[in-house]
Design a protein around this ligand. Sequence first.
Ligand SMILES: *Cc1c(COP(=O)(O)O)cnc(C)c1O
Length: 463
Amino acid sequence: MSRSAHPAGPRHADVLPEGHYSAPAADLNELDPKVWAQTVSRDADGVVTVGGIDVKTLAEQHGTPAYVLDEADFRERARAWRTAFGQDADVFYAGKAFLSRAVVRWLDEEGLNLDVCSGGELATALSAGMPADRIAFHGNNKSVGEITRAIEAGVGRIVLDSFQEIVRVAHIAQSLGKRQRVQIRITVGVEAHTHEFIATAHEDQKFGIPLAGGQAAEAVRRALQLDGLEVIGIHSHIGSQIFDMSGFEVAAHRVVGLLKAVRDEHGVELPEIDLGGGLGIAYTSDDDPREPHEIAKALTEIVTRECESAKLRTPRISVEPGRAIVGPTAFTLYEVGTIKPLDGLRTYVSVDGGMSDNIRTALYDAEYSVALVSRRSDAEPMLARVVGKHCESGDIVVKDAFLPGDLAPGDLIAVPATGAYCRSMASNYNHVLRPPVVAVKDGESRVIVRRETEDDLLRLDVG
Ligand SMILES: *Cc1c(COP(=O)(O)O)cnc(C)c1O
């Protein structure tokens, strides 16, 4: 393939347009281990490999776009969380980040538990053999059918999210002759994102029962009276992509305050507390996430200290990382289709996927990195915007990033840290077919979720 430098060359730093990006890395060929899966590296020929396989081979075998998932990395991260929290705590992987039967088996083998929040996720978990008593069922509007199936299957806990649900779950459990273990999800007035958190008196959101105004205490009061329920604890989830632990500190303080109020009123010490998920990962080199062992230490200390000062037995802690386990383990492999330099602005690089395989940039203004992976290049960096093939100008995958100035159609580029909330939020917009998830390990690749086909699309369209 011939490569011609395109007309508008690299942009000098002092003429760069406004945007949220850092200066280009000194060497664009370098792959920052913070944002790439553990086994990713560039081989002697300059081609990127993962799990012992190079991306050109992966593209030939599986096509593009494709999510490429490093199985060893996934298992290691899952194990690191498990080990960090030890036997006196539980780690529930949040299935909504990315769920497939292979992933369920890995989690089972690594000793993790699993959060699901729909009948579909529950079905996936059960069909892959996850023991039901290690499954937690979440959601703010679980249907009667879903609740019934969960209780019949014997899920370890249902997380109750409203007053109606307390009664609904109790009633269904009783009619099935069961007593369901439940946690009550409360909102503690803490909203945490990345580097800051906001602590307010009340919560304006759909999840949980507010601590404010005594609502959470009332929820516990009602649940304790119902024969169909065994109240095992309180649940709190405060945000996403969190780096700063101080939001958890305020949350734990307020949750323990409720445990104390429950003990004082009912003489019952609830045995468990769940602090949710939301731990951040590195999407770009600017992000500095904490290690699981640091997070475990911090959370355990916070809860222990709060319980000591409230003279309560320290409850069993559980956490629910989703993104922090699967996010860094995968990248999306794309082929470059067209390149459009806009003078004085930036260069639009179109790939063969887009917002249908990664909605996060359009939805949350998320930041991502990108690299040329099918070869080395020592060309000058150019400011690029990686866009998809959809009929929507907001169809952006990577808003601002530097790619080599000699990028050409046919090159493969990869966007790292797409393991979480990309395949699970993928759509068929424009009837684009959802990409496969390819797991790689020890020099072998295996499709764990296959690419959608036009037959799949047409099967749903019954005419
Ligand atoms: C989304 C969610 C999680 C996981 O969040 P991550 O940011 O992926 O760690 C955990 N618990 C609950 C209740 C959630 O809603």
